[in-house]
Design a protein around this ligand. Structure first.
Ligand SMILES: [Zn+2]
Ligand SMILES: [Zn+2]
Length: 365
């Protein structure tokens, strides 16, 4: 839609509200286009006012080098200090599953700019396999632990993306109780090595039918209540840092600021990533006409040490569509500067145990 006409692009740009947004958005006219060439007019990207780390992105596993080039090129455009790359949560039944090995070697050449989480294509698949078979016995646990420790030796900085409740999309529908023995084991391994677990879990505070608009199959017709099990995981090992991905991208209607607040209050090892995708805003979107809603701002202000940015951006960026990172940055730019510093960089360095020096380009400008 955006690329179909310059007028539409301008309309999108000018419909955004908020002083920061209004001042920062500039429309580029497609004067440079070659005659006869279809020229999508672009909205000039608006960078973050101060540096931030994007702690949740994905990439093209068939072209790791291209993905790395795209992510590195994006840093300056976004004023991002660092980008963390994750594997999608997957199953062994899905033919496309892959894990950190496809990109680790290439990413490790840029330790100050890129880092990789692992386990989405193997550890998560092992949990799915164990849920299906009902076998979480000693042999299954030993193999799981071996694989987790192998990933750590290879250089992953955390485990992700893991899934407890994930709708069908690029990867199959997945459900696993968050207090499954392998999740508890992973929490212990994560705590021992001071790395976090990045968890995708649609919020389901009570058993409910699949939300309208989603198909079953492939999704389950009925969703399991999952907050109780999630709280058991959080309580299992208070030194295990759990990042609940996708605050601001709610697929069930229950990932409210109130639920986030209650869980953050109850569990000091819980962290959350902020994601806003205007193409798929979900049911508790933090923005109204581009402006951050007061209840979300209050939540960020009341828990300034517990939120980070995790845009779910894909590299290379999909062509012709709005990029996920941009809307999150427009939200980020509305935060007070002290909160921007924490959410942008400090909290990520704390959660990942990264020395501040490892992000030497983290400096206000
Ligand atoms: Zn996810
Ligand atoms: Zn993701």
């Amino acid at each position: 839609m955006i690329r179909s006409s310059r007028k539409i692009t301008m309309g999108v740009a000018f419909s955004m509200v908020g002083i920061v947004v209004a001042l920062a958005v500039h429309v580029l006219f497609a004067g440079q286009a070659q005659p006869g060439e279809k020229s999508p007019a672009d909205v000039e990207p608006v960078p973050a006012l101060t540096p931030y780390i994007d702690a949740h992105t994905h990439f093209d596993q068939h072209d790791a080098d291209g993905a790395i080039r795209a992510a590195l090129a994006a840093l300056g455009r976004q004023n991002a200090a660092k980008i963390l790359l994750l594997m999608p949560p997957d199953t062994f039944d899905h033919p496309g599953h892959f894990d950190a090995e496809v990109i680790l070697a290439a990413a490790k050449k840029y330790p100050n700019k890129l880092a990789v989480l692992g386990g989405g294509g193997t550890l998560n698949a092992m949990i799915q396999q164990s849920v299906a078979s009902g076998n979480a016995g000693p042999e299954v646990q030993r193999k799981f632990k071996d694989r987790a420790e192998e990933l750590l030796r290879e250089g992953v900085v955390g485990f992700g993306e893991m899934a407890a409740e994930h709708f069908d999309g690029a990867t199959p529908y997945q459900y696993a109780p968050a207090d499954h023995p392998l999740f508890l084991l992973l929490a212990d391994i994560a705590a021992q090595h001071n790395v976090p677990i990045d968890l995708h879990m649609e919020a389901v505070p009570e058993t409910m039918p699949l939300p309208a608009g989603l198909k079953s199959p492939p999704n389950a017709p009925q969703l399991h209540e999952n907050i109780t099990a999630f709280e058991r995981l959080l309580a299992h090992n208070s030194r295990a840092k759990i990042i609940w991905a996708h605050a601001g991208a709610d697929g069930t209607g229950y990932r409210t600021p109130d639920l986030c607040r209650r869980l953050l209050q109850a569990h000091s090892n819980l962290y959350m990533e902020i994601k806003t995708d205007p193409l798929s805003p979900g049911k508790n979107y933090p923005l109204a006409d581009g402006k951050l809603k007061p209840e979300w701002l209050k939540l960020f202000q009341d828990f300034p040490d517990r939120f980070i940015i995790g845009t779910d951006q894909h590299y290379p960026e999909p062509k012709g569509s709005q990029q996920r990172w941009q809307t999150v940055v427009l939200l980020f730019n509305q935060l007070p500067s002290d909160l921007r510093r924490k959410i942008g960089t400090e909290n990520v360095l704390h959660i990942y145990g990264m020395p501040a020096a490892s992000s030497s380009n983290v400096a206000n400008k």
